[in-house]
Design a protein around this ligand. Structure first.
Ligand code: GLC
Length: 549
């Protein structure tokens, strides 16, 4: 059977029929270096990804987002771009990209690229031209300032990757600004030429068929035009990352950023059915501003609140409530459990709770994003000092991101089926126990749970477009309902390791258990009381009862 024939049809109802794909779909993030190596150099590539698309189809996701694949010196593994409109030879060629997108589309998968507009590589021809002289026509494409009157950096702005955000250029006697590595100079988004150049790069990929962009550090793009010092952070404590010593008041989340994003959105809207997603780490009340005036900003400002939360029922219930309450009218929610910058969820919450976390992600209201490997419970890998690759481990010891970027654990053979060669980052020592091949054969595995939950989402109007109703957060128990007309589901999550139960008057709770996170209670009747084992989550169908609790 062809893969596309294996896909379940999404639930059909008037709401989901009208909804764009990025609202009803599940997004899957691929870190290309670590997904599949096809040419034996120990680094993943585009042909490798194309070979592994059947996995995405079997899992049931709708879209893949690729971290950067563009030409790059790889100082920050592709987040330092040398050419916005070409593929790095490490990953393949433009022809490989065209082939990948063609196959993905044939299989019904959307393809989202990473757009990195805030900064380029210091090797980018634009920067080389800009730094050549103060009179360079591209001088203004980057952010150049004279030293402060007493000498030294122009102000107190700090790099997220450690130290001053200003690097001195001896030849022209000025400093340039870099929010991240010195090898990643920030573009000057106040320049109309810079904007036009990046919009052209966007059109290049949109014309090639990409279905949208995840925009890197979008809230950083505009900086204060008066270059005011950032205020000291009164909550700074010893041991915090050094750049938290100041509040980034003048370096990020500037009001003018919304005009830039509205322009980017108009570029995306020149093409039909594309999506714009923003990487934004901000408190919820600031985050939701990125939907833009009249929803003309990003379609999905990434909601990272689950990445850093305490794994506690009341805390999570509160963050869901606050997020739901803050959303603008018509703003579509989204949830993220893991990415290439944060420790793996299975290590943050523990292997047992990873199942509960998956159930949470896939039953909340809004678009879920799954980080590759989280569907099989890959854990954070302790990378030995001599194998460390992430440059920030040097400046921010302990915050290096290699541990969540290790090769996908496909099977128990040499190098976990990722590559015939030694991989660029070490494999998890647990890959023989935790791998896709083993979990495919085990009906009770995390992988099979994730598949079932995705399938359930696709067939459930309540999960795809229904309301979210908080019911209870007490002790380790988190309970909520999702409802679309007569399709009603109750989700009960035990966030602790002890068994728990909750009782409702029996006439208010009568249903049928659809999915237990352990995969073993299908169709069990539920009457009055929900019993959960330690670390268990359950989705209960309440469609046949007339009274919701
Ligand atoms: C984003 C990326 C991260 C990168 C940084 C600088 O936060 O997700 O990986 O290092 O931007 O480009």
């Amino acid at each position: 059977m062809a893969f596309h024939e294996m896909r379940d049809q999404p639930a059909s109802n008037d709401a989901t029929q009208r909804a764009p794909w990025w609202q009803t779909g599940v997004i899957y993030q691929i870190y290309p270096r670590s997904f599949q190596d096809s040419n034996g150099d120990g680094v993943g590539d585009l042909r490798g990804i194309a070979q592994r698309l059947p996995h995405l189809i079997e899992l049931g996701v709708d879209a893949l987002w690729l971290s950067p694949i563009f030409t790059s010196p790889m100082a920050d593994f592709g987040y330092d771009i040398f050419d916005y409109t070409d593929i790095d030879p490490l990953f393949g060629t433009l022809a490989d990209f065209d082939a990948l997108i063609e196959t993905a589309h044939r299989l019904g998968l959307k393809v989202i690229l990473d757009l990195v507009p805030n900064h380029t590589s210091d090797q980018h021809p634009w920067f080389k031209e800009s730094r050549a002289s103060r009179q360079s026509p591209k001088r203004n494409w980057y952010i150049w300032r004279d030293p402060s009157p007493g000498g030294g950096p122009p102000n107190n702005w700090l790099s997220d990757f450690g130290g001053s955000a200003w690097a001195y250029d001896r030849q022209t006697g000025q400093y340039y600004y870099h929010a991240f590595l010195a090898a990643q100079p920030d573009l000057n988004w106040r320049s109309p030429e810079v904007r036009a150049a990046i919009y052209d790069a966007m059109r290049f990929w949109l014309r090639r068929g990409v279905d949208g962009f995840r925009v890197d550090v979008i809230w950083h793009v505009v900086k204060d035009d008066q270059f005011r010092d950032n205020p000291a952070n009164p909550n700074f404590q010893a041991g915090n990352p050094a750049h938290h010593a100041v509040v980034p008041l003048y370096t990020a989340d500037r009001p003018e950023v919304h005009d830039v994003i509205a322009e980017m959105r108009r570029v995306v809207d020149e093409f039909s059915s594309r999506v714009l997603i923003g990487e934004i780490y901000l408190p919820v009340e600031r985050l939701v501003a990125y939907y833009g005036r009249d929803l003309g900003g990003v379609h999905l400002p990434f909601n990272f609140s689950l990445l850093g939360t305490r794994w506690h029922a009341r805390t999570i219930a509160k963050l869901i409530d606050e997020y739901e309450a803050a959303l603008p009218a018509g703003g579509w929610p989204n949830w993220v459990l893991g990415n290439h910058d944060r420790p793996r969820v299975a290590s943050r919450v523990g292997a047992e709770q990873a199942r509960v976390a998956a159930m949470l992600l896939l039953t909340l209201r809004g678009t879920p994003t799954i980080y590759y490997g989280d569907e099989i419970g890959m854990q954070q890998v302790a990378v030995p000092p001599d194998r460390i690759r992430d440059p920030i481990e040097n400046t921010l010891p302990g915050l290096g991101r290699d541990g969540c970027r290790t090769p996908m654990q496909w099977d128990g053979t040499a190098n976990a089926g990722f590559s015939p060669a030694e991989p660029w980052l070490p494999l998890s020592s647990t890959f023989r126990e935790i791998n896709l091949a083993g979990e495919r054969d085990d009906d009770t595995s995390l992988y099979q749970l994730v598949r079932r939950l995705i399938r359930l989402r696709r067939s459930s109007p309540a999960l795809l477009s229904g309301s979210y109703q908080p019911l209870l957060a007490s002790g380790d128990l988190l309970l909520y309902a999702r409802a679309w007309r007569r399709d009603r589901l109750l989700i009960a999550l035990n966030l602790g390791s002890e068994p728990t139960a909750v009782t409702f008057p029996s006439h208010t709770l009568a249903g049928r258990l659809l999915v237990s996170s352990f995969g073993d209670r299908d169709d069990e009747p539920v009457l009055g009381t929900i019993h959960l084992r330690g670390d268990e989550g359950a989705v209960i169908d309440l469609s046949d009862q007339t009274i919701l609790p």
